[in-house]
Design a protein around this ligand. Sequence first.
Ligand code: NAD
Ligand code: TYD
Length: 333
Amino acid sequence: MKLLVTGGAGFIGSNFVRYWLKNYPMDVVVTVDALTYAGNLENLSDVSDNPQYKFVRGDICDRELIFSLVKDVDVVVHFAAESHVDRSILDPGAFVRTNVMGTQMLLDAVKEYGKRFHHISTDEVFGALSPTDPSFTETTKYDPRSPYSASKAASDHLVRAYFHTYRTAVTISNCSNNYGPYHFPEKIIPLFITNLLEGKKVPVYGDGQQVRDWIHVEDHCRGIDFILHKGRIGETYCLGGDNEITNLDLTKKLISLLGKDESFIEYVADRPGHDRRYAIDFTKARQDLEWEPLITLDEGLEKTVQWYIEHQEWVNRCKSGEYKEFYAQQYGR
Ligand code: NAD
Ligand code: TYD
């Protein structure tokens, strides 16, 4: 099989490329990535010599490039996106361009050439839960509340519209918060690990009582594998980690793993429109695909902390240049 992986130089995409080449060494993987601030060729340095792998730098909104790449593969696995909620609050336009218009460009190409398309989406499209609400399922009504989740919701709707209108061979996965190696240090887990390693405080938004469900990126990649091999065309699958935890409790776990104390916690202004709780019910994936997450949060966090300890130069490069401008804008410092 020949796959086109969009956004393969980002966090989940690069883990997926590595996962696929390891598990399906006869397959060919082509990655297209614009290498924004979040994309980094270093994330793929260990596969760059693999003859089954090819990297193309480019934008998913570039029609000529996308049509030429899609024509030549069997399946498109679509990760490319602007992915950070805080950045979407500062600049929604970039999110609409890549997440909505870029997805539509890819859909036009897969429709033209009759290819299979798997769309990577998020549980954030379903909005926010109260502490007692049941978890999100595939039939939960969409209620996105940040510019990021609204752009992902729009892209999900387009994917389903292409299935219903043109019978394009699509599947969608809505996954909870990922963590693991090569996670750009702007999201809570890698930001807090790297800050603590640098002896800096960690900025907890608001009261820290917001709940997220964390899934190790390897479990997510295996879920996508199962959907590509066993999923039904036109269907959506929710993938989750079965690890609901408040931001504050997560922060305390990281502090303890790094041998620090709670004086490293700094409560800062809350994120505007901050969603209180996300939680995923992945019964459908368990029943139809025989998939479930295998890595516990404690095990995954320990491995992740170790990875960041061993990759401090990678972190330093991520945390230079544009990153500093973003944080100056975000926190005025
Ligand atoms: P990321 O920000 O780490 O990586 C995104 C990649 O897309 C980068 O390599 C970037 O260079 C590339 N990209 C951005 N705009 C592009 C464009 N116009 N053309 C080509 N490439 C472009 O993101 P991630 O965390 O790896 O997320 C990947 C996907 O998974 C996204 O679609 C995201 O919505 C979804 N998702 C993420 C999570 C999570 O917890 N990170 C959870 C569920 C779903
Ligand atoms: P984040 O990692 O940005 O993922 P998402 O917004 O997609 O869930 O944030 C996870 C949670 O952590 C979210 O409730 C916001 C919170 N958070 C902080 O408290 N401090 C931070 O510095 C960041 C980046 C996030």
